[in-house]
Write a protein that binds this ligand. Structure first.
Ligand SMILES: [Zn+2]
Length: 288
């Protein structure tokens, strides 16, 4: 039998069946409702689970936001249309009649990346730099979820107390400076109104402003990596997400770490799972 894996993100909701021998099939994807009201999210979950539930015997979910006691809450409401306290586990169990396990998407991706490297490492951090900045922490082979689901929300650690207001309500979070959304928000003049992808294109073409914005993002992530090393003594930090995996970005992060004290340096590796890390991570973790 299969696990019905679901990944609820800020822009899309994807699902697939993952078999016991790790075959991923029937991958489907829908757009996350623009304002993720409880009714709209419920309808989206009906649409994505209905074609797959008959071939599954359990559900594993990775979702943006805070997952605590089976309830989904958005820490940064921008990422999930202001959704607050959605009973995700109960809703999915009722819809499908199947047992359901939930994880935050950054935590799920961290578990997938750890699973890929578990022969050689015990302590690891995962950072995804995408529309937002998320993450997850593995200590001694265990995923830290936290009693209230907050563990590993690395995007909401402080980067600059004088920085811009983050969607979570705090000033100067890593996410407010380094994320794809923040990269776009900092652009002015010839780059005004462009998205992160277009700003990377300008960077590759030698645009000075694009270079400064992207270097600021990479320097912020480098400081986060160094802080994580100082706090947890991880063996490595894995970087993922559309910004984190963009050509040249990881090299900028590594270059910003090199001048730091040797004891605080740590290898930064590219994520193995470019896509579907949430689907795999939630499934692999649910099996443990
Ligand atoms: Zn924040």
């Amino acid at each position: 039998m299969n696990t019905l894996a679901i990944d609820i993100g800020g822009t899309k909701i994807s699902a697939a069946l993952i078999s016991r021998d790790n075959q991923l099939t029937q991958h489907t994807q829908i757009t996350t409702p623009a304002s993720a009201s409880p009714t709209q999210l419920y309808e989206a979950l009906v649409a994505i689970t209905t074609p797959l539930k008959a071939d599954a015997n359990s559900i594993a979910v990775a979702s943006t936001g805070i997952i605590s006691d089976g309830v989904l809450t958005a820490l940064n409401p921008d990422n999930l249309g202001g959704l607050k306290d959605f009973p995700l586990k109960e809703t999915l169990s009722k819809l499908t009649g199947l047992p359901c396990q939930l994880l935050n998407d950054g935590q799920a991706a961290a578990w997938a990346e750890y699973d890929y490297r578990r022969e050689s490492i015990a302590d690891m951090a995962f950072i995804t730099v995408s529309t937002g900045v998320g993450g997850g922490l593995i200590q001694q082979g265990q995923l830290l979820t936290g009693k209230r689901g907050i563990a590993g929300h690395l995007g909401h650690t402080l980067a600059d107390p004088h920085g811009p207001l983050c969607g979570c309500g705090r000033y100067g979070c890593v996410e407010a400076i380094a994320s794809g959304r923040a990269i776009a928000a900092q652009a002015v003049d010839e780059l005004a109104g462009k998205d992160a992808k277009a700003i990377f294109t300008a960077f590759y073409q030698g645009n000075v402003q694009a270079k400064a914005i992207i270097e600021r993002s990479a320097n912020t992530i480098a400081n986060l990596v160094t802080d994580i090393k100082a706090t947890t003594d991880v063996d490595c930090v894995v970087l993922g997400g559309s910004v984190g995996l963009a050509k040249g970005y990881i090299e900028l992060v590594q270059a910003a770490i090199t001048p730091q004290p040797l004891a605080l340096q740590v290898p930064v590796l590219s994520a193995y799972y470019h896509h579907n890390a949430g689907l795999w991570g939630a499934t692999l973790w649910a099996r443990e």
